[in-house]
Ligand binder design. Structure first.
Ligand code: CU
Length: 159
């Protein structure tokens, strides 16, 4: 190996190092934080809804652009207007803010289910964003009337 080859190699290696470092700085970025993810037990295998709160801890506005899951090949982002749901291409996740997917409002829609989940099951979903890295979320399958946002008043249930 002559000196020229060595220098070229060193240059190539340092370039690789720079690329690796810039890749790492992306890794260190805080990503979206998801809480309260659930799916009401679907009535049949035609469709199901997914609900959660997506928090954006960064100072950069982002967008939820899609979702994937082994339960369905067709996950859509739906908003509800005048009690009718319609598909949208993306939804804003404001900087230092939240995108709330809740019953009667925005949600993720699973179309054409490969099976019918039951209460107690867990459904893994990967959320995709315009800027942030994808986030894997587990949705707890809950009772059909379950609502995460409902106040938990248990006073009537005391023994
Ligand atoms: Cu829907």
């Amino acid at each position: 190996m002559n000196a020229r080859t060595t220098r070229t190699l060193a240059a190539a290696l340092s370039l690789t190092a720079v690329l690796a470092i810039s890749g790492c700085s992306g890794e260190a970025e805080p990503k979206m934080i998801v809480s309260g993810a659930f799916m009401p037990e679907p009535v049949n295998d035609k469709m199901a809804g997914g609900f959660m709160v997506i928090s954006n801890p960064t100072e950069n506005p982002d967008k939820l652009t899609g979702a994937t899951s082994s339960l369905s090949d067709d996950l859509q982002i739906h908003e509800t207007k005048d009690q009718k749901m319609q598909q949208v291409q993306s939804m804003d996740v404001p900087s230092d803010g939240q995108l709330r997917l809740e019953r009667g409002g925005n949600h993720i829609m699973f179309m054409g289910l490969k099976s019918t989940p039951k209460v107690g099951d867990k459904i893994t979903v990967e959320l995709h964003f315009e800027h942030s890295r994808p986030v894997k979320v587990e949705l707890d399958v809950k009772d059909r009337t379950y609502n995460a946002q409902a106040p938990t008043t248990t006073s009537g249930n005391h023994h």
